[in-house]
Design a protein around this ligand. Structure first.
Ligand code: GUN
Length: 283
């Protein structure tokens, strides 16, 4: 049976550090502020946004939610982003994705000031990550790296295979593993003989969005398996992209769903917001 990597525990440690630093800032009269925009009524987005708000309150941040109807126009959304870009109380702006059909996600991401882009989705921040000179790291991939560090799982020289090539997870995940000297392969829906590739992985990161997609036969004995998925199984129960029950007996370490990567994403968001606040206040 593998080591079960406890994302809740690592996340709590990261958030505690953020809380302590926030207390220090309070002595100078500074309070980090995060604005979260949610458009429409996607139930999964609502859960994520509620968790982000709760985390803000727990670490002592100002948290503002902007819940807009699905009928919101692109102009209205861009005008809110512009208002928040100029709002001195707000250090970080996050627009929960996906947006309802008809709204242009790319335009919204590019409208957020790169200094307040705590998701690290803006092209400027993506480019900075690419060259290894960044202020913010994208929350989910950075959360995965924090878990690997916390459990002292080395990346250098390891075969790292990422399944999925999204801008939010797959691509930046590959870059962060590369920064730590992993030998990285990114696979996707057109990859030939996927299982042959994944079986070579010392560290396997699943970010596909398909329930229990990674089965035991796709995993090398003793691999470290990171599950970024947040899916529903045939009974509507929350599960990941990895067939946890069968894979856990083959790998050396694995993240559960829930309680693995999910809490880490939020912890990194808190770290990024604190950092944004410090940069904007020159401290
Ligand atoms: N939707 C799914 N994951 C994320 C995330 O990390 N940030 C934002 N803004 N939207 C998301």
């Amino acid at each position: 049976m593998a080591l079960i990597i406890d994302g809740k525990k690592v996340s709590a440690e990261v958030k505690e550090q953020v809380r302590l630093e926030t207390l220090e800032l309070a002595k100078k009269g500074i309070k980090p502020g995060l604005a979260v925009i949610i458009v429409g009524d996607d139930p999964a987005s609502r859960v994520y946004v509620n968790n982000k708000k709760k985390a803000c309150e727990a670490v002592g941040f100002l948290s503002r939610e902007y819940a807009l109807p699905a009928t919101t126009t692109q102009e209205e959304l861009l005008s809110l982003v512009e208002e928040l870009n100029n709002d001195k109380e707000i250090n970080g702006i996050l627009c929960q994705l996906p947006l309802p059909k008809g709204l242009d996600e790319k335009a919204v991401i590019e409208a957020i000031s790169p200094l307040k882009d705590v998701d690290a989705f803006h092209a400027i921040n993506v480019g900075k990550i690419m060259i290894g000179d960044y202020d913010f790291l994208p929350c989910t991939p950075a959360g995965v790296m924090e878990m690997l560090h916390s459990y002292k799982i080395p990346v250098e020289g390891k075969n790292c295979v990422v399944i999925g090539r999204s801008n939010i997870v797959g691509k930046p995940m590959a870059m962060l593993l590369l920064h730590e000297n992993g030998t990285v392969t990114v696979t996707h829906s057109r990859t030939k003989n996927l299982a042959d590739v994944t079986r070579e992985a010392d560290i396997l990161v699943a970010a596909i969005g398909k329930p229990k997609f990674v089965t035991a036969d796709m995993v090398k004995e003793g691999a470290v398996v990171i599950d970024v998925g947040m899916d529903r199984d045939e009974n509507g129960k929350l599960c990941g992209d990895v067939d946890f029950e069968n894979v856990k007996d083959k790998c050396s370490a694995i993240t559960p769903v829930p309680g693995g990567v999910g809490p880490m994403t939020i912890a990194v968001l808190m770290k990024n917001t604190l950092k944004a606040c410090k940069i904007q206040n020159n401290c």
